[in-house]
Write a protein that binds this ligand. Structure first.
Ligand code: AKG
Ligand code: FE2
Length: 315
């Protein structure tokens, strides 16, 4: 595959069985091959997207001393601000050329997850930033729920299989700013080659050049979305659970050519995580003689801990 296929969530939501099945087959086929699709028909409207970008730019434009107030020690960067160069891809010593923010799950105060998850960090200078972040989080979570329902059906599971695992899940919305490049980056990249940790990722902001995906032949192909599309890919958790039937494809964000060094890139991935108790053990119906079990049993919480250490976000 040399192109990212495009699918429309409206097909899955259709009352027509054939149309719904067409979506399941298209996304299933794409995820068994390239691991990415561009998705139309999601739940984000233009107005929300526009105000999110405005607020995200406002945030990253704040003076560094203000942003640093929101960098909270001891939580592995799971909420609030993470400063430039701090995160590096697994196995890489140079930090990525990016700064980012994390919005996390919104839980009731008396829920058991209120104890497990760090509190969301509130930016006092930008009240709207907090509001728009929450609204976007919830719309992307809703979009992801239906995508996972289609994948459950593709895997031969009950349609609602993932619903209880993602309710109050440990998902994260991450606005990223890749600032203008001022000096030769040497070995550093905007985002070095990596696979995502989570179940699926829904990415806003893949409209310009930069994001590349590695296909079966090892070739890097550009992954660009239309203005009304989200880029959605499989992460390592779902790849493990499906015994690598669904592929978590390596991807990266390349540095722009020198004449474009002066421009920022803004992108906003939503990393869909389940609750930490979810067992990622390989599903029985994804194992047969030709495809023996490839991964050890592990919970989502244990897997996340392991990976945050590898990224340099946790000690
Ligand atoms: O910035 C992008 O377009 C992609 C970022 C990404 O792959 C990630 O944060 O995991
Ligand atoms: Fe990624």
């Amino acid at each position: 595959m040399n192109k990212i296929p495009s699918v429309n969530l409206a097909d899955f939501l259709s009352n027509d069985k054939t149309t719904k099945q067409k979506f399941i087959d298209e996304i299933g086929h794409a995820y068994e091959n390239i691991g990415f699709v561009a998705l139309k028909g999601h739940f984000l409207d233009d107005k929300l997207v526009k105000s999110l970008y405005t607020e995200v730019k406002n945030f990253f434009d704040l003076p560094i001393e203000v942003k640093k107030k929101y960098e909270i020690p001891g939580i592995g960067g799971q909420r609030g601000y993470v400063s430039f160069g701090k995160e590096s891809a697994k196995g890489k010593k140079e930090g990525d050329l990016k700064e980012f923010w994390h919005f996390g799950q919104y839980v009731n105060k008396d829920s058991k997850y209120a104890k497990e998850y760090p509190d969301n960090v509130i930016v006092e200078e930008l009240p709207k930033f907090n509001e728009v972040g929450k609204e976007t989080y919830q719309m992307l979570e809703k979009t992801a729920k239906y995508v996972l329902r289609s994948l459950a059906l593709h895997l031969g599971l009950e349609e609602n299989y993932f619903d209880d695992y993602i309710k109050n899940g440990n998902s994260i919305l991450r606005p990223i700013h890749y600032p203008p490049i001022q000096t030769e980056p040497k070995g550093a990249e905007r985002a070095a080659a990596h696979g995502d940790i989570n179940l699926i990722t829904l990415l806003m902001g893949a409209q310009g050049k930069g994001l590349q995906v590695q296909n079966h032949n090892g070739d890097w192909i550009d992954a660009m979305a239309e203005p009304d599309e989200l880029m959605i890919n499989v992460g390592d958790m779902l790849s493990r659970h499906s015994n690598n039937k669904l592929k978590s494809t390596i991807h990266r964000v390349v540095n722009p050519p020198k004449e474009m060094w002066g421009t920022s890139r803004y992108s906003i991935p939503f990393f869909m995580h389940p609750i930490s108790d979810m067992k990622l053990d390989v599903l029985e119906n994804c194992v047969d003689q030709k495809n023996p079990k490839q991964f050890d049993d592990i919970t989502a919480g244990e897997f996340l801990e392991e990976r945050l250490k590898e990224l340099g976000l946790k000690k």
